[in-house]
Design a protein around this ligand. Structure first.
Ligand SMILES: *[C@@H]1O[C@H](CO)[C@@H](O)[C@H](O)[C@H]1NC(C)=O
Ligand SMILES: *[C@@H]1O[C@H](CO)[C@@H](O)[C@H](O)[C@H]1NC(C)=O
Ligand SMILES: *[C@@H]1O[C@H](CO)[C@@H](O)[C@H](O)[C@H]1NC(C)=O
Ligand SMILES: *[C@@H]1O[C@H](CO)[C@@H](O)[C@H](O)[C@H]1NC(C)=O
Ligand SMILES: *[C@@H]1O[C@H](CO)[C@@H](O)[C@H](O)[C@H]1NC(C)=O
Ligand SMILES: *[C@@H]1O[C@H](CO)[C@@H](O)[C@H](O)[C@H]1NC(C)=O
Ligand SMILES: *[C@@H]1O[C@H](CO)[C@@H](O)[C@H](O)[C@H]1NC(C)=O
Ligand SMILES: *[C@@H]1O[C@H](CO)[C@@H](O)[C@H](O)[C@H]1NC(C)=O
Length: 403
């Protein structure tokens, strides 16, 4: 890693030239006081027994609540930790840091039984987010250490050495081994647990999974398949298709954004050049397929008529993936590349915030697509809001925004 002073200088140089072309104006909504107000209001209405917001209805924008054993449960507690981080970066923007930390801990606690009994499969990686956050605050928190290790072992137990991947979704026929691009996001918990325990098998599993995904999910044009099915007894690819996208050979935008983030993260952990190159290819596909209006569609190949719904969550995930990719470019002293991805990420945030900022909704953003084949579009989404706040934090922590 570069010293942070050099990082700021390098990115700053890129910013100067971009500012001249007017690309870089940050959207004011990124630091709106409404963020803390809305998140606090939701946080203070914690249901008993515990339930978690996942997405909103399409009209009033009110949260719809789910029981803990669902893949999205970690995002709202992690949002509270992100507000804690925000308050530390910029007190004026988020208020009392201790309050956010206490709320994050309160909301994470009902997740603990899921360590031993969950049906979310590979998504234990997402469930681990608030505990990974807790360890950045208190690295000695035994509850969080145990949670991270338990979730990592749960994911590792889904690894099949013949296929070379962790299984994403369970299926009636156990030889039908399904892996989705989203699973790239769940590998982080393996690296985190390796760091805590020294168990390098966890890293080997993450690398094997990423290598297979790189070869079998990512197309030559940098787009991605949502689902690859393997035969678990032979390791052969049986089929490539979609579940949440428009067509079997289309590129579902949220899957592509998970890919950018996931491969940039793999490069961060391994310094294996193929991952950097794959992150660049997926980023290039994402960036070049955004239409002129800047709005990220739910699927890059969905027909234009009738108008295709946006997915603001894909936009915000991609922006965070591009910030992470920019960090990796800087680590190989590629200042031009770092400035380029930073600027594109800001433009994506700006264009999609302009579309989706929803002051009267409970969520921060509208225009999320949860699952278009299931007709669930035009909603707020908990992970869209989470990555929106994280993007604001990323800019503050890199010295690219000030409060
Ligand atoms: C440790 O983390 C757990 C779960 O996030 C939280 O409930 C607890 O308050 C934390 N304990 C300490 C001592 O920080
Ligand atoms: C696991 O959780 C499910 C509901 O989430 C519950 O029905 C079941 O009884 C639990 N099993 C055990 C062994 O605790
Ligand atoms: C390391 O992790 C793997 C995967 O969870 C597990 O099978 C193995 O027993 C662990 N090794 C040790 C020494 O704990
Ligand atoms: C996987 O291969 C085995 C052995 O050839 C076969 O029996 C099984 O039906 C295959 N499973 C799938 C899902 O294709
Ligand atoms: C997907 O396949 C269909 C039918 O073969 C074809 O018309 C379409 O152009 C393909 N789309 C992409 C994005 O490759
Ligand atoms: C954005 O959301 C608004 C409100 O739901 C809707 O009217 C509009 O069509 C959406 N735009 C896109 C591109 O999805
Ligand atoms: C810097 O990053 C850009 C964007 O990814 C890439 O096209 C270029 O090849 C990189 N340059 C070097 C020297 O690695
Ligand atoms: C959006 O969802 C609605 C149902 O909620 C569905 O009727 C519509 O077809 C979807 N829009 C598109 C363009 O797929």
């Amino acid at each position: 890693m570069l010293p942070s002073g050099l990082f700021s200088l390098a990115v700053y140089l890129g910013l100067v030239s971009a500012t001249a072309t007017g690309v870089l104006e940050l959207p004011a909504e990124l630091y709106s006081p409404l963020i803390a107000q809305k998140v606090l209001k939701t946080a203070q209405s914690f249901p008993n027994p515990a339930k978690y917001p996942q997405y909103t209805d399409r009209v009033a924008g009110d949260w719809i609540w789910f029981p803990p054993d669902v893949w999205t449960t970690g995002f709202f507690p992690a949002t509270l930790y992100a507000m804690h981080e925000r308050a530390n970066l910029c007190l004026a923007n988020a208020g009392d840091a201790t309050q956010w930390l206490n709320l994050g801990r309160t909301w994470a606690t009902p997740e603990i039984p899921l360590e031993v009994n969950t049906s979310v499969g590979h998504d234990v990686g997402f469930l681990s987010f608030p505990f990974l956050d807790e360890l950045t605050v208190n690295p000695k928190n035994e509850t969080a250490i145990q949670a991270v290790n338990a979730f990592a072992n749960h994911l590792a137990a889904r690894f099949n050495p013949i296929v070379g991947c962790t299984r994403s979704w369970d299926s009636a026929d156990p030889t039908d081994f399904q892996v989705i691009i989203d699973n790239m996001m769940n590998l982080e918990v393996l690296f985190a647990s390796e760091k805590l325990t020294g168990n390098h098998t966890l890293r080997d599993i993450a690398i094997s999974h990423a290598d297979k995904t790189m070869v079998n999910h990512i197309r030559p044009d940098g787009g991605s398949f949502h689902v690859v099915e393997y035969n678990s007894t032979t390791g052969a690819v049986i089929s490539r298709h979609t579940s949440q996208g428009y067509a079997d050979n289309s590129t579902w935008s949220r899957g592509e954004s998970w890919g950018i983030y996931g491969f940039a993260n793999m490069y961060k952990h391994t310094k294996k050049y193929d991952y950097l190159e794959t992150a660049r290819r997926t980023a290039k596909y994402f960036i070049t397929n955004i239409p002129d209006d800047g709005v990220v569609p739910w699927d890059f190949n969905a027909p234009l008529v009738p108008p295709r719904p946006a997915d603001s969550s894909a936009a915000m995930i991609a922006a965070n993936g591009l910030f992470l990719l920019a960090d990796q470019e800087l680590s190989v002293l590629n200042v031009t590349g770092a400035a380029y991805y930073t600027n594109v990420a800001i433009k994506i945030i700006r264009d999609n915030t302009q579309l989706a900022w929803a002051p009267s909704w409970q969520s921060l953003l509208s225009n999320g697509t949860v699952n278009n084949p299931q007709h669930n579009n035009l909603t707020g989404i908990v992970y869209g809001d989470y990555y929106f706040i994280k993007a604001g934090n990323a800019l503050l922590s890199r010295g690219l925004a000030h409060c």
